[in-house]
Design a protein around this ligand. Sequence first.
Ligand SMILES: [Mg+2]
Length: 424
Amino acid sequence: MERTIVHLDMDAYFASIEQRDFPIYRGKPLLVCHTDDIASNRGVVSAASYEAREYGVKSAMTVVEARKRCPNGIYVPGNYDRYLENTKRLIKLCGEYSDVVEVYSIDEMFLDITRTQRFFGGTEKTVLAIQRAIGKTIKLSASVGAGPNKTVAKMASELGKPGGLAVISLEDLPNAFAPLPVTDIPGIGRQNSKHLAVLGIKTIGELASSSEKLLRKKFGVIGAALRRAALGLDGSPVLQNSGRVPVKSFGHSSSLGNGTQDIERLKKDLLTLIEGATSRMRKEGYLGRTACVYLCFARLFSASRQRSLSGHTDLTGDLYPVALGLLSKELTNIARYPVTKIGFSATNLIDKDAGRQLCIYGELDGKEAAFTAAADELRDKYGSGVLIRASTMEVKNRYRAVPKSELSLQVNPIPPGRATRRVL
Ligand SMILES: [Mg+2]
């Protein structure tokens, strides 16, 4: 049976939620920012209303750049709990149209409607019904695309944004996307598109009609995959997940004013940040495998280092020694420049139910687990400041125990006068 996959992409999601909830924002250039201080120029734009986009503001742009382009915009901090609530309603609504829903991100989902579309009168009527239901019950605008697979559905939802609705059938392929640039294929990044341009391949049509032999020679196995994508062939299934929004990382960071070079203070701060991150991970049922430490020096440049553990964990006791090891790699910089911001994040996450047995460093220490459970309860009751570990006392020992790390150092120079910080 030919599959029918729907991709749903909310339009200017965070900004639209704000405009829906606060009428004063409607019709105005609104910028939802990911920042520790909305009055500052720090952070990045996480969503821009369509009114703001007219000024050339896009999501992922730094707040500094956005303020230059759109000085009269309304800048607000994000309220991610509220956005998540909306997404949960959205997931529930999608469940009324399909038994297989994949939550792809906070504002994107895939639905396999192969078996269910007949109840709604076919593909066109089903996608229209979904879009209308979102407008009516959640009062938000969505772009919806349908096609024989995920790649085509995702590309179809892009065609008429915002409020787009497109159904691409197998017969429409590959002509439907032929004139579009190859970068419109999900997964073809700037790097691959550069290599393709060298071969004279710029559009999807050109890629679809190019020789597989040539592509294989140039790209190896990826070559064939690229061509298949251009032809609109994609066999990947819609993965029914637990209806949760996939989280990519748990990160906490704190600004240190004019900065500090006190290594003991930094170690304590790092511990507090890790406690915050792991506490949230345990609450939401995630385990992480990679520890990342981020430092901003004198508001001038930043460095981030990361190291993967041998297994997944949600315990401070596992992540802290590793983070200390990463911090120690920056001692030379710390001796030269004050640290103005410190951040920690855990990435490479998996669902806790899937991976408890993978917990690192052998069996879980019973004491650590009991302490952790008790601490989580206290934090829930009295706030995150209630508990501070005494274990900073023994950091020296822990510090030496850190195994050799696989390091990646990334220094991002920031031109003077544009002092900004990357938000973790
Ligand atoms: Mg979107």
